[in-house]
Design a protein around this ligand. Structure first.
Ligand SMILES: Cc1ncc(COP(=O)(O)O)c(C=O)c1O
Length: 379
């Protein structure tokens, strides 16, 4: 029987299973020592110097907390690429602010910051700058806009954990930076996320906000203990990470060099072979500085579904990242700029399977399947 190839596949080994089992044996199931440990390992991996990291329950929670931290609320506008994850849009709505949809750059598929600048008004509180897969956004220009207009930047780095921007690791230079460790991400905690901020005061605020506002000192909880008396000074949600998830995260993190190298290698092979097919556009990237989260190609809109069907018949699943935000019923009336590039890309984009330690056989089957489809079309 031919094996089905999924779009995503987590790299779970005995190491994660042992870590999870051990964490259950400890018997402190909620937030505790393993969360502190995970935060420390993450901070060390990223090489954080003047930044402070807080682990949370999901990437969506990190985005929601980032927006709360900057006091975004009713009457505020948050500029975001429409070509983004629903989590970003829902986080904006959750604080009562308005998403303003911006177009993307044709090459990087990240927000077009020249178009974003044209959307800035006196109500603009922040711009969400998201790295789409293997191409990083123009973070220097984002920082210039933030300084010039006095607005905040929320760096959505859900796709770029482990990547390097102009010699600096993603996470080390942004105003606010979030990661996701959901089931399909480069590393997973099953579900989880992190937010990196610039001051200890912001970190302390986040410690309370992720714990339904409870002023429990993190240091106490990181000893698998809790304080029984505390104050509640601010709005919060139950957004903390639990020990079981954090323990899996520590195990995953130790695999990052392997994960990065193996994903880079597959993306390079894809680019080399699929780039020869005239009807296929591959990412404009050499993959040397990134830990790719997904691999996409662009094909003419008329070919996308037939190609997906052809690959499905060969046991290969494909994905669409994403349907743009302004197409959704909930968001269709939100303010927006010209979204011409977004419209075009959304109709053409197709994610191919990308796993850590993906087998050579899988890679060959996928390349052959795409090649066969276009050979048949040319006949
Ligand atoms: C760009 C981006 N931002 C945010 C999120 C939300 O992260 P989570 O699934 O951990 O809530 C995702 C998840 O896929 C994402 O791709």
């Amino acid at each position: 029987m031919m094996q089905e190839i999924p779009v995503f596949k987590p790299l779970i080994t005995e190491q994660e299973i042992d870590a999870a089992t051990e964490s259950l044996r400890v018997g402190w199931l909620g937030m505790g020592a393993a969360v502190g440990d995970f935060e420390q390992h993450l901070s060390e991996y990223l090489g954080l110097q003047d930044r402070y990291l807080v682990a949370v329950s999901t990437g969506h929670a990190a985005l929601h907390l980032a927006l709360m931290l900057i006091d975004a609320g009713s009457g505020d506008e948050i500029i975001t690429p429409s070509f983004n994850n629903i989590a970003d849009f829902q986080a904006i709505l959750a604080v009562g602010a308005t998403p303003v949809f911006c177009d993307i750059d044709e090459q990087t598929l990240c927000i077009d910051l020249n178009k974003a600048e044209a959307l800035i008004t006196s109500r603009t509180k922040a711009i969400i700058v998201m790295d789409y897969d293997c191409c990083l956004a123009d973070h220097d220009q984002a920082a210039r806009l933030a300084e010039h207009y006095g607005i905040r930047i929320i760096h959505d780095a859900a796709h770029s954990f482990g990547s390097v921007y102009k010699g600096r690791k993603v996470g080390t230079f942004s105003d606010l930076c979030m990661f996701s460790f959901d089931p399909v991400k480069t590393i997973t905690t099953i579900d989880g996320g992190a937010l990196i901020v610039r001051s200890e005061a912001e970190q302390r605020a986040l410690h309370e906000m992720r714990l339904i506002g409870m002023g429990q000192p993190a240091a106490v909880m990181y000893e698998n203990k809790r304080a029984w008396t505390y104050d509640v000074q601010r709005l919060g949600f139950r957004y903390h990470l639990a020990n079981l998830h954090a323990a899996i995260g520590v195990a995953q993190l130790s695999k990052m060099p392997t994960i990065t190298a193996s994903r880079q290698q597959v993306c390079k092979r894809y680019n080399e072979y699929l780039g020869r097919i005239p009807q296929v556009q591959v990412p404009q990237a050499d993959f040397n500085d990134v830990t790719p989260f997904l691999y996409y190609i662009r094909v003419a809109a008329v070919h996308r579904q037939p190609l997906r069907d052809h690959m499905k018949a060969a046991g290969i699943d494909t994905g669409i990242h994403w349907q743009p935000g302004h197409h959704f019923t909930l968001l269709k009336d939100m303010p927006k700029g010209c979204l011409a590039v977004t419209e075009r890309i959304a109709a053409e984009i197709l994610s191919l399977p990308l796993h850590s330690m993906m087998s050579e056989q899988y890679v060959q089957r996928i390349i052959e399947s795409v090649t066969q489809y276009f050979e048949a079309v040319n006949d």
